[in-house]
Each structure stands twice: as structure tokens, then as C-alpha cells.
Ligand binder design. Structure first.
Ligand code: CA
Length: 649
């Protein structure tokens, strides 16, 4: 069969009816035996190779699999093969390929051999009692890379834990062990964020796990979708270790009050010749009209989420991480390449198993390039957000760019660094771009509001590029600091889910590097010294986060959120005002006024009637702890925010 005929065959209803397989796939062992199940409908033969270890040597045994219904191949033995490593040899159109099991749940070093494993052996002490903290009134998401977190020696982590899962299990670390300035988990607790979004922790391919020298990668190159990455573990050779250590990290995060979100990359694999490809050539991948691999991911290939067994694979994988690793949510890389039907199914399945709202789902509502999805497929991009489950959220580039400028051009500016934006435009930012028919989102429940993430310049570097022509990224220029504060005040005044890249709150710099996915660790690491040098900026973020937890007008995420938006007004060039209805349980302030000023001169403004308590000003975001009230008028210093709350009569 040529490639195009095969593409049509894979896309057909007939193929789906003939081969959609509902069996649980993978290898499962117990005291009474072990069963292997592989889906390979186009194979003419499948053999199983069993090994003593996950690295080298000839197979101990070679077993021919039995062909069952629906493209399934199976082997059953009465031996408990717990701890045995394995590969398959799949023959398709006379070509035999050695491959790991795409459904494997454990593996050896670098993930090249799969492993049969009794997963209960990987549970840390107390894992059965592990519960996530309750869903908070407001979710504040902090994006963190495992290695970045603890690589800096100033963080005070033991040498053998630096860059590893185990560093996430450690409390009580301080800056250079001074016993005074918290780092690590204690620092994040003090900051007040509620959700830790871990950058890829599934097994990826760009770091060689067998080498101990300096290697760095973000990890957006999946090899084994259902297995943790080995380079963050203390022993990547023994399959059970990485699993237990990641679970321990999640358990500790839970115990410290954090929910954990997993970054998942179901849009492409590290290479086209993946385990998925080797078991069923081409089935899991979108193809162009000439039969070549479509490249909507910009990484050389893209998965065909609209094909039923590919959709099943992704759904099963998400449910597996939620169940086995207690993940509290998922961030979908290039969600715009997955289809809306699948995303809705994932949300519904999680809601059904764990309760509505228990697992948070969001993603990037775009692809990297054009996609060759089967015709009739509705991709889950920005244009589809109004047609999907309103609980599925997406990163909002509108607000990101309005605040700091476009990310394609280092000179492009936003509101805080010299651009002009009207009060009406900023009002849409505050409302999470869900105000009217021209806005992309149904409600703030769909909006991830952010200024920086791992991609592109950090907020600080972008501000330095646009405001400091000398490009002194490691400086602490006052005007950059002011713009950073104003940017944060805007971001934390928006009704969607606030999100920040770890370290944005201390002016994290990568020295101007835009795409640091494989830059050295010292470029990417969280600098704990800088975190404490810039503790005033950190405190500004802390105050904004703490205040936010007290404002019903920002916590409301459903359709009713729009009714909280009362008015917007252009007060002067570069100075805008907005008011919001803040009525709700336990609040002291029935109305909130947001004033954002980016002009170069002090700006007097006239206040609406009432007694207004200062909640945030240009110097402090903890003013709400005092009881200082003003009425009639106020003056905004250059590049500053003023947030006021009307004291209930
Ligand atoms: Ca790996």
C-alpha cells in the first residue's frame, strides 16, 4: 500500500471500526502472572524480547506474540516478571523494527528498553494518604523547571540533590545556608503561589541520562509519554527509582500546600521514528498530501489526535498521570494542534473521575505552523475557545503583548514601557478577553493571564531591551523596576488565572537570551542571590498575590464575571482608570478602582465619590494592611499603579 492509500485507510471509518481496541495496553504483572498487550494492527508478526537489565546484553528470552482481535497482540505467562526489561520486534511489510513499548510505564536508562514493574513498589511511604490541598478560591500558577529550581549553589541544596526531583522534597533551605533567607519550597510558600506547573517531567530525549556532565534542556521532546524523565533522578538505570522520586516530590509539594500541574506535550514526539511510529508506522502522525510528515509543531512531526487510537492513547496517558502520580492539572503544549473533541473528552473524563473543577486543564491555543489534520477536524486553537468546555483555559497573548510588547520584535513596547493602549483595551485585559462577541474567550475561566513563561524573553529582559539601550540585564535600574511593578499590578488585576514564570517576581534574567531551551544551566537557573537582592520586587508580587486572595471581583471566573466590570475611562494620555463591583463574602470593599499610569510626569486624577482605602500604590502592594483612606483626588507618580477599595458604608 502506498503512503497516500494508507493515509486514507487510517483516516477511514472502516479502519476505526475494524481496529479500535478498548483493551488496556502495556505490560501488567502480579503474583499470578504477567500479561503483555500491544496494539499493532498492520504488523504481520510481533516478538517480545526479555532482558535482565535496561542497558545492554542479549535477550534472556524471545517469545512470539499471539494475534488477537482488533489489531491486538498478546502474551501471557504465569511468571511474575516484575523487574524484567523488554522490547518488541514488530514486523510490518517485511521490515522488522526493534522498539520499546509506547505504553510502557517504566524503563531503563534513556528509555530505550521498557520495564515490567509492580508500581506499588514505587509508592513512597504515606502515598495512599496523599491528598492534594483543596482547590483554592484563587489559583496562582508558578511555572518551574526541575533543574532550574535547585541548580544554583547559593540555594543551599545538598550537592547530590541539585537539579533533581529530590530537591523538591526539601524544606528549610536558605541562601548560602545563612539560616535567614528562605530559598526553594519555603520561598515559594512565602510568595503565596498555589499551583506549581512543572515543565516536562515525562521521559524526554535531548539529555543523555548516562552522562553526568553539564547538559540542559527544557524537555519538549517526548520519548516515553508515561514514564518520568530519568536525568532528574538519582539513578536512571533502575526503572523504579525515577518513579518513586517524582512521586516523593509531588507528595512533598502537596504537603506544603501546592497543587501540581504537569506540562504535557502530546503534539509531537522527539523524532518521527518513535515507539508509536515503530509499532504502527505512520498511524499516529499527520501527513501532508505528498505523504510526508506534517510539521505543525515546528519540531518535524505532529501527532494525529483525531485518529481514534491516537486520541485514546493521549486520553489514557492523561488519566494515568492523574491517577498514578496524583497530578492536579495539565498544561498542554501547542494545544492548538490537538482537536476540540479530544480536549473536551479529557476534561469530561477528569471531571467524572475526580469531580468538576478538581483538575485544571489549559494550554497554548496555537500551533507552530500549519497542520495537516484530517478534514473536518476542529483544532483547539484560539478561534475554537468559544465552542469548547468553558473549563478549558488557554494562554492569553493579548494581555501579554498589551502590557509589555510583542515578542517577535525586541523593540516592540506595551503599556508599561511606552506604548499607547486605551482604557477600553486594558479593560478587555482585566476582563480576561471574555467581554463580548469579538473576544476569544467565553469567560475568565478560559483565560491564563501572563506576562512571561519559559518561552521568549523573561519579563525583565524584555523590559531591559525596550527601556535600557545599554542592555545591562543584570542591573537593577529604577525605571525598569517601576515598569516591572506596574506590569505585575496589571497582571494580578485581571480576572483570568494569573500565571508567572518562576523568578519573574525577582526580575529573573537570562542575560537577554530569547530561547534558552538548551542554554547552559547557569543561564536558566533560578538565581537565589538575585531573588534576595530584589526582595523588594518580590514583596510587591507577594502583596499583589495576597490581596488578590481577598478580592471577589477577581476570583469570579464564570459568565457572571463580566457583570463585575463597571466602567473604564481614559484619564490622560497613558493614564487609565477602571472600576469593578467587589461585593461578596467577607470583603471590606464593595467597589475597586484600578488606576494605571505610564506617563513620565505625575498625574492628578479625580476620584469617584466615596471613602477610598489605598490597597496598592507605587511603593507597596501591602497598603491594604493599613487603613489609610483618601477621597476626591489622588496623584499618580510616573509609571505606577494605584488600586483603591471603597470602604462599605
Ligand atoms: Ca530521558
Amino acid at each position: 500500500m502506498d503512503l497516500l492509500e494508507q493515509k486514507k485507510w487510517f483516516d477511514s471509518q472502516e479502519f476505526e471500526e475494524k481496529f479500535h481496541c478498548k483493551q488496556q495496553l502495556g505490560a501488567f504483572c502480579s503474583e499470578t502472572g504477567t500479561i503483555f498487550r500491544l496494539w499493532a494492527p498492520t504488523a504481520s508478526a510481533v516478538a517480545l524480547l526479555l532482558y535482565e537489565n535496561g542497558t545492554e546484553g542479549y535477550p534472556m528470552e524471545r517469545v512470539v506474540l499471539h494475534r488477537a482481535e482488533k489489531g491486538l497482540w498478546t502474551y501471557e505467562t504465569q511468571h511474575n516478571l516484575d523487574g524484567v526489561y523488554y522490547e518488541y520486534e514488530v514486523t510490518v511489510e517485511k521490515t522488522a523494527r526493534r522498539t520499546a513499548d509506547p505504553y510502557a510505564r517504566a524503563c531503563g536508562v534513556n528509555g530505550t528498553r521498557s520495564m515490567v514493574l509492580d508500581l506499588r513498589r514505587t509508592d513512597p511511604v504515606g502515598w495512599e494518604e496523599d491528598v492534594s490541598p483543596a482547590v483554592p478560591a484563587e489559583s496562582i500558577i508558578y511555572e518551574l523547571h526541575v533543574r532550574d529550581f535547585s541548580w544554583d549553589p547559593a540555594g543551599g541544596f545538598p550537592e547530590e540533590e541539585r537539579g533533581r526531583y529530590s530537591a523538591l522534597c526539601r524544606t528549610g533551605t536558605t541562601l548560602n545556608d545563612d539560616g535567614i533567607h528562605p530559598t526553594g519550597l519555603d520561598y515559594m510558600k512565602r510568595l503565596g503561589v498555589t499551583h506549581i506547573q512543572l515543565m516536562p517531567v515525562y521521559d524526554y530525549g535531548s539529555v543523555d541520562e548516562s552522562r553526568c556532565d553539564e547538559q540542559y534542556n527544557w524537555g519538549y521532546d517526548p520519548v516515553n509519554y508515561n514514564i518520568p524523565e530519568g536525568s532528574y533522578s538519582s539513578d536512571p538505570y533502575h526503572g523504579e527509582v525515577r518513579i518513586r522520586e517524582l512521586k516523593e516530590a509531588i507528595q512533598t509539594l502537596h504537603q506544603n500546600g501546592f497543587r501540581v500541574i504537569m506540562d504535557v506535550v502530546y503534539n509531537h514526539t522527539y523524532a518521527l521514528e518513535s515507539w508509536l511510529w515503530s509499532t504502527v508506522p505512520w498511524y499516529y502522525y499527520r501527513q501532508n498530501q505528498d505523504g510526508t510528515a506534517s510539521n505543525g509543531s515546528g519540531c518535524g512531526n505532529e501527532l494525529a489526535s483525531e485518529r481514534s487510537m491516537c486520541a485514546q492513547y493521549i486520553l489514557d496517558s492523561v488519566l494515568y498521570w492523574a491517577e498514578e502520580y496524583h497530578m492536579d492539572g495539565f498544561r498542554f503544549d501547542l494545544m492548538g494542534l490537538l482537536d476540540t473533541q479530544l480536549m473536551n473528552r479529557i476534561q469530561e473524563a477528569l471531571d467524572e473521575r475526580y469531580g468538576v473543577g478538581e483538575k485544571l486543564i489549559y494550554g497554548e491555543p496555537w500551533g507552530a505552523a500549519g497542520s495537516a489534520a484530517r478534514s473536518g477536524t476542529v483544532l483547539c486553537d484560539k478561534g475554537s475557545m468559544k465552542r469548547i468546555n468553558p473549563a478549558i483555559a488557554a494562554f492569553c497573548d493579548n494581555t501579554r503583548d498589551a502590557v509589555k510588547g510583542n515578542l517577535m520584535d525586541e523593540r516592540s513596547v506595551g503599556f508599561v514601557n511606552g506604548g499607547y493602549f486605551s482604557a477600553d483595551y486594558l479593560l478587555h485585559c482585566v476582563a480576561g478577553w471574555s467581554l463580548g462577541e469579538h473576544d476569544p474567550f467565553q469567560a475568565p475561566s478560559q483565560t491564563i493571564t501572563y506576562l512571561s513563561c519559559h518561552d521568549d524573553w523573561t519579563l525583565w529582559d524584555k523590559l531591559v531591551y525596550t527601556m535600557n539601550p545599554a542592555k545591562k540585564f543584570h542591573s537593577r535600574l529604577t525605571k525598569v523596576m517601576r515598569a516591572n511593578r506596574l506590569a505585575a499590578a496589571i497582571n494580578f488585576s485581571c480576572q483570568g488565572y494569573p500565571f508567572l514564570l518562576a523568578g519573574e517576581e525577582f526580575g529573573r534574567t537570562k542575560g537577554g537570551v530569547k530561547n534558552s531551551y538548551r542554554s547552559p544551566s547557569w543561564v536558566n537557573q533560578i538565581s537565589w542571590s538575585r531573588a534576595w537582592e530584589n526582595h523588594k520586587l518580590v514583596n510587591y508580587y507577594r502583596g499583589l498575590i495576597a490581596l488578590r486572595k481577598k478580592l471577589p471581583c477577581l476570583q469570579e471566573k464564570g459568565a457572571a464575571a463580566a457583570q463585575r466590570i463597571l466602567s473604564s475611562v481614559d484619564l490622560a494620555p497613558g493614564c487609565v482608570g477602571m472600576s469593578m463591583d467587589n461585593r461578596g463574602n467577607g470583603t471590606k470593599w464593595d467597589k475597586i478602582v484600578l488606576l494605571f499610569h505610564t506617563g513620565k510626569h505625575p498625574q492628578p486624577v479625580h476620584l469617584p465619590e466615596g471613602n477610598w482605602q489605598i490597597l496598592v500604590d507605587h511603593k507597596s502592594s501591602f497598603r491594604w494592611r493599613e487603613s489609610h483612606c483618601i477621597s476626591d483626588s489622588a496623584v499618580l507618580p510616573p509609571v505606577s499603579a494605584l488600586i483603591l477599595g471603597r470602604v462599605k458604608a
